[in-house]
Design a protein around this ligand. Structure first.
Ligand code: SF4
Length: 345
């Protein structure tokens, strides 16, 4: 199907109503997948997947109380905490990630919000990783407008700050910062000219209606996030959400498909929880519109599938990694020695 830029533009809306989103979500599965996949093909090459690597630059002892997170100081999960790592270590990991086919390097720090001293070091990390030709992303908690501008000046491309769930269900999950706080940070990030990475987590005990509302909130931000991570809860012993009822994999696929329809030009990322998904579930997620993953052994503090499994995941359905800025992909079978990312949210 040939689609002009004008046709594509007409599909990008930020005025979705809750009823519209619910109707999309609840339509028969095959109809939903057909619609999502058609839209996916209009905006992206269907067999390309963007690959990011996530590196924890400061692990654990976070004062926040996110009920899913082993990095909160409030839960006893046996997690080994680590102070801000050295700039050299980050550069070394970024080099390894680039060699393994990653085009974006995400630096995650378990902070409520960074202090100026910490931000100064992180800005230097951003400059050095950027010099390697990688896109840079950071997730450091809440930011002020001024901090967002500093990161932009240092060359940061993306800032990740998730909404996690619907505004209604949010208070069951986090009490130490409000939904409004999160929206404010997202606003500062946008104003500073950074690209936004923002999504949520499913399987935390929320209702389908919460997933619908989360998707509607994301799709009615003044501008759609460029990256929309869809995480599936990884149940970590010691966190309050350990023992939650696992979510039906088809709910995950529905969530991805609706995200694709609502935010057609965004990269939808299959994020945490992949190690508990079969190759077939992940392949279905790619058909439904996911076109980005985290690659590497660890997704911050939770397991990410082994490298060989990821290579097989690309090989079996004939997928290839996307090059920088959506260009031609790196080799279809990335080398095995992927960066060993460690810890974060
Ligand atoms: S998700 Fe982030 S803010 Fe929340 S406890 Fe974990 S590290 Fe802290």
């Amino acid at each position: 199907m040939t689609t002009t830029a004008q046709d594509r533009h007409s599909l990008i809306r930020t005025d979705w109503t809750e009823t519209e989103v619910r109707e999309l979500y609840q339509q028969p599965f095959n109809d939903l997948l057909f619609e999502a996949h058609q839209i996916h093909r209009r905006f992206f090459p269907p067999n390309q997947i963007q690959v990011s690597t996530l590196c924890s630059i400061k692990t654990g002892t976070c004062p926040e109380d996110c009920a899913y997170c082993p990095q909160s100081v409030r839960y006893n999960t046996g997690l080994e905490s680590e102070d801000l790592v050295s700039i050299e270590e980050v550069v070394q990991q970024a080099r390894a990630a680039r060699a393994a086919g990653a085009t974006r390097f995400c630096m995650g720090a378990a902070y409520r919000s960074p202090k100026q001293k910490q931000l100064d070091v992180i800005k230097e990390m951003v400059r050095k990783v950027s010099d390697l030709g990688l896109e840079t992303c950071a997730t450091l908690g809440m930011l002020t407008s001024e901090q967002a501008q500093q990161l932009k000046s240092a060359g940061l491309d993306y800032y990740n700050h998730n909404l996690d769930t619907s505004e209604n269900f949010y208070k069951e999950i986090i009490t130490t910062r409000t939904y409004r706080d999160r929206l404010d940070t997202l606003g500062y990030v946008r104003e500073a000219g950074l690209k936004v990475c923002c999504g949520g987590i499913i399987g935390m005990g929320e209702e389908q209606a919460d997933r619908v509302r989360l998707l509607q909130t994301l799709a009615t931000l003044p501008e759609h996030p460029e990256s929309v991570p869809v995480n599936q809860l990884v149940q970590v012993p010691g966190t309050p959400l350990h023992g939650s009822e696992p979510v039906d994999p088809l709910e995950l696929i529905r969530t991805i498909a609706v995200a694709r329809i609502l935010m057609p030009a965004s990269h939808v990322r299959l994020s945490a929880g992949r190690s508990e998904m079969s190759d077939e579930t992940q392949a279905l997620a790619f058909f439904a519109g996911a076109n980005s993953i985290f690659y590497g052994e660890r997704l911050l503090t939770t397991d990410n599938p082994e490298q060989e499994r990821d290579r097989r995941l690309f090989r079996r359905p004939g997928l290839r990694p996307e090059g920088p800025e959506g260009g031609k992909g790196a080799p279809a079978d990335p080398p095995a020695d992927v960066a060993r990312s460690h810890a974060s949210p």
